[in-house]
Each structure stands twice: as C-alpha cells, then as structure tokens.
Design a protein around this ligand. Structure first.
Ligand SMILES: Cc1cc2nc3c(=O)[nH]c(=O)nc-3n(C[C@H](O)[C@H](O)[C@H](O)COP(=O)(O)OP(=O)(O)OC[C@H]3O[C@@H](n4cnc5c(N)ncnc54)[C@H](O)[C@@H]3O)c2cc1C
Length: 504
C-alpha cells in the first residue's frame, strides 16, 4: 500500500474544487489531504491571528468537503520537514503533491528545505501552478498570454478520494490559540468555501454593478468591491473559477441590450483587469524574492532608514496623525482588516513620503492588519507606493485632496474618528483650521507640503545619479508590465489642493 500513498499538501489553496494536485493524486492512488500548522510561520512579523481566523473557517469547510469525497483532512502541527519525516516513518515512502506557492522569504526557504528532504529520501514532489504566476520565467514577453491560457483552461471537478486507513489527525487549534499571537483583531471577514461562493455570487449578481464608481470611496467600497481578496489569497476559490464565472456573467449581460447591462459589463471588465494584476504583481516576487527585504531599485537603499522615527510610526499605526482620512483609514483597518486600494495606497504614501518611514517597518505592520495579506502583491505595491521601483511614476497622495474627493461630507471619517463627530462639514478635512480645534484630536504631525518637497528632492537626487537609468532599464526588463504606458508628470488640482505625480 505504501507505494500508492499520495499526500496532498494544502497550503494557500483551501478547497477541493479546481484543485489540480488533488485531482491528479486521486487518479494515482490513495490520498491523504494534509494541512500543516507551522509554528515558526506564525511567529513571523507578517503573520497575524487575523489570517489564522480566516484560515480556521476555511479549514473547517475543507474538513467537511474532503471527508465528503472520501478522505478526511489530516492536520499536523510542526515544521514541514519534521511532519513529512514522521509520515514517512509511519507510512513508508509516498508521493507528495501541492500547488506552487509564491510566498514570503520564509515559505521560500521552507519549500527549498522540503525539496531537499524529498531528494534525500527519493520522494517525488509534484508541484502544480496555482494561478497565472509562471515559475522559472525567463522573459516577461509573452507572459500575459501564458496567464490567459491558464485562466481559460477547464475547471477541474472535485475528485472522489480513496483514504488511507488509520491516519490520525491532530485537533484543529482554536481560533484564540496563543500560537497565533494576541493582537487585537476586531471583526474578521469570514473564510471558507461556502462564504467564498456566496461572496462571488453576490458580487456578480448585484454588488459589482457599482464597482468602479465606489472603488475609491472608503464608505462604499466595502460593499461594492468584490471582497474576494482573502478568498483568493487563501485559495477557497481558484482565480480561474473567479475569472470564468465573471466571463460567464459578461456573456449573459452581452445578450441584454440596455444601458444597465452595458454599464455592468464595463464594471466587470475593470474587475477582470484587476484579476490579471493579481498575477502580474505576484510574478514580480516570484522572479525576485528579495523585494521583501531590498528596494527594487538599489539607488533607494539607505534613503530613509537612518531617519526612522518611532513616534511618527506610532502616530501612523494608531491613526493619530492629525490627518482625518489617514487616521480614519488606519482605525477602520484595525477594526475590520480590509480597506480599498486607493486608501491602502494613501496610507503607504503618507508613511513613506510625509513621514519618511522605511517601508521595511511599515509593510509587515500592514501585512498583519490585512486579512488578505498576499506577499507578492503587498511588497510590490509597497515599492510602488514608496517610490523605490525606479520604473513607475512616483505618486504622492495628498491626504486632504483624497478626503475631499472620496469622503466629501466626512461620513467615513466621523464613523472611525469620533473625536471629529461634531466638526462642521467645511472643516472636517482640515480641523486644525478651526478657531477652536477639537480638543481630543491631535494637530497634523507634519506639514504635508513641506514634507512632500523634501521627499521630491530626495527622490529626484537618486533619479539623477549616474547609472540610475541603466539599472531602471534592467528592472523594467525583468519585472515591468509590457502593457504599461510611460510614466507622465502631472499635478491634479482640487480646490487649490494639489496631488503630485512625478516622472523624474
Ligand atoms: C500598499 C498596498 C498593499 C496591498 N496589499 C495587498 C495584499 O496583501 N493582498 C491583496 O490581495 N491585495 C493587496 N493590495 C491590492 C488591493 O488593494 C486589494 O487587492 C483589494 O483592495 C482587495 O479588495 P477586493 O478583493 O474587494 O478587490 P477588487 O477590487 O474586487 O479586486 C479583485 C481582485 O483583484 C486583485 N487586485 C485588485 N487590485 C489589485 C492591485 N492593485 N494589485 C494587485 N491585485 C489586485 C485582488 O486579488 C482582488 O481580490 C494592496 C494594495 C496596496 C496599495
């Protein structure tokens, strides 16, 4: 029996449907679906109880679904190579199956250790692609076609499984187990396959109608964005399932000739572009894993590190900077673990340009707060929003302009910053201008205009260094989008308040 045992190692693919390794393992023989809880991973600075809560829900659904197919989920706690070694001792040699994972530096090192362990014990490990990210890609040319081909491949049905008898599972640790830390996590989005399907359905049926008009509005985006990010991160849905369901809906809408259907189509088309960005950004980390630790363009190394101010970091991460929208966004993240793209970008822009904080300190902090933390997107976005790629236009968000544009009456601000509840509308974006400012709310921690001038000068200096453009060219060849137009210079205006995009 030992020769036909197939262990399917579930990582961030917590479903049985459209799961290639599971389907292939089922054809090969007896199957053990395995989930390993790795204490070292949970001690990392970018891990948090919030992620565990979502995973816990998802594992409960996975336990139910894999048992229904014939093989119950085995949960083991320990380091991956030790768990696998114990299973080899108990069962004899087996074949290992999993999806490819593009995670942080720790998971990369762990996978290399597992690969080494497999080699030294003659264990075959089959890894299958998870999404549109391509391993060992030599050039970005043609990548988009490879991704699209994967997304349009047929979805794999859940297979029937033949279990291996007498395989003991550890009990699933509780949501509040100390291994996952003690951070205060407020409300956490529910995980699991059932929730994932419900969320996808409600977005495609109704919520997605107002996707684009709400996507930047902190008060509306929580409802009209898909809210699928955590499900995609932890794989309760495959990206292919989301993409194909969206295209099916678009085909239905194409048959209805009215303006509502056309508008819904446009919204879904914008959503599809973002699904492609998902893979595009993770591909960057796949190709250059050290962007978790180093600036994408080396000219920016050392630019911020010596000036890190703990007091400014604390003001930013507790939502007490004196900029109402920045503080409301940070506090809402503490409360809910999700915020829309533009507000994430503004929070990082404020930390990186206004407060000149090194992204290596701010990125793990937000990773813990985001339920949907996905290292590839997260670090690539941090580099972009901190101006250290050397290949993208540098966008410095003006927190007052963002506030006026996207929360004009300050409803979102008042919900999360109760100190400003009674501030009149005309002062809600700049309460420090009141004759008697609200007593329990701090004045702005920095002057935005002054801080931005400093940031612009420092970044310009690096762009003008000898050899900068040559390195940018290499970075772009390796990691840049092939669809991206060249960066432009613009300053957008609103009520005399400017926001800066620089093409240096
Ligand atoms: C600093 C920063 C950090 C971020 N960190 C993460 C992260 O850790 N995990 C994460 O999933 N997203 C991250 N994003 C991207 C984006 O903000 C979220 O994907 C989005 O807000 C999730 O909500 P949604 O599922 O409702 O998105 P929707 O707008 O409904 O988009 C659907 C899906 O497309 C993908 N997507 C959307 N926008 C982007 C984008 N700009 N780049 C890449 N993929 C995108 C996501 O998978 C998302 O679930 C980050 C953005 C910034 C600026």
């Amino acid at each position: 029996m030992a020769a036909s045992v197939n262990i399917v190692w579930f990582k961030r693919d917590l479903r049985v449907h459209d799961h290639t390794p599971l389907a292939e393992a089922a054809k090969a023989g007896h199957v053990i679906p395995l989930y390993i809880i790795e204490p070292q991973l949970w001690a990392l600075p970018d891990s948090s109880r919030r992620h565990w809560h979502f995973i816990h829900d998802s594992l409960c659904d996975l336990q139910r679904d894999s048992a229904a197919l014939g093989a119950p989920l085995m949960v083991r706690i320990g380091e991956a190579t030790e768990v696998l070694e114990q299973l080899r001792y108990d069962l004899g040699n087996f074949t290992l199956w999993s999806h490819e994972e593009t995670g942080n530096g720790w998971t990369y090192a762990r996978d290399r250790a597992v690969a080494g362990w497999c080699r030294s014990h003659n264990i075959i490990w089959h890894e299958r692609p998870s999404n549109g990210v391509v391993r060992r890609l030599t050039s970005r040319d043609g990548w988009a076609t490879m991704r699209d081909n994967r997304m349009s491949a047929p979805i794999m049905a859940s297979p029937l499984l033949t279990a291996v008898p007498f395989c003991a599972s550890a009990e699933l640790p509780a949501k509040n187990h100390p291994m996952f830390g003690s951070m205060n996590i407020g409300t956490v989005q529910s995980g699991g396959r059932k929730e994932a399907l419900k969320t996808l359905e409600s977005f495609l049926k109704e919520r997605g109608r107002n996707y684009m008009q709400s996507i930047s509005k902190p008060g509306f985006s929580a409802r009209h964005c898909s809210r699928l990010s955590a499900h995609i991160t932890f794989g309760t849905l495959s990206l292919r399932e989301v993409e194909q369901a969206t295209k099916a809906k678009m085909r239905t809408l194409a048959g209805i000739h009215d303006s509502d259907a056309e508008s819904f189509m446009r919204n879904l088309s914008a959503f599809l572009s973002r699904l492609a960005w998902h893979c595009h950004f993770i591909q960057k980390l796949e190709q250059q894993p050290d962007i978790e630790f180093r600036c994408m363009h080396p000219a920016f190394e050392g630019m911020r590190e010596p000036y890190f101010r703990e007091d400014w970091f604390a003001a930013w991460n507790t939502g007490t900077t004196g900029y109402p929208l920045v503080d409301a966004c940070m506090r809402s993240l503490h409360a809910n673990g999700w915020i829309t793209f533009r507000m994430r970008a503004m929070l990082v822009s404020f930390a990186s340009y206004d407060l000149w904080l090194d992204w290596r300190k701010t990125a793990p902090f937000l990773a813990q707060l985001f339920t949907d933390y996905e290292a590839g997107i997260h670090y690539s976005q941090f580099h972009m929003q901190s101006g250290i790629t050397g290949i993208n236009a540098v966008r410095m968000y003006n927190p007052i302009k963002q506030s006026i544009d996207h929360d004009p009456q300050g409803k979102f601000i008042r919900r999360y910053v109760p100190e400003l509840k009674h501030v009149p509308d005309n002062f809600i974006h700049q309460p420090w201008r009141m004759e008697t400012p609200p007593p329990h709310y701090p004045p702005p921690i920095v002057d935005h205009e002054v801080a931005i001038r400093h940031a612009r000068a420092e970044i310009s200096k690096r762009w003008k260094q000898d050899g900068f453009k040559e390195v940018s060219h290499t970075v772009n060849q390796k990691l840049g989008s092939r669809n991206r137009p060249l960066p432009r210079t613009k300053a957008t205006k609103n009520n005399g308040i400017q926001q800066l995009s620089m093409d240096l």
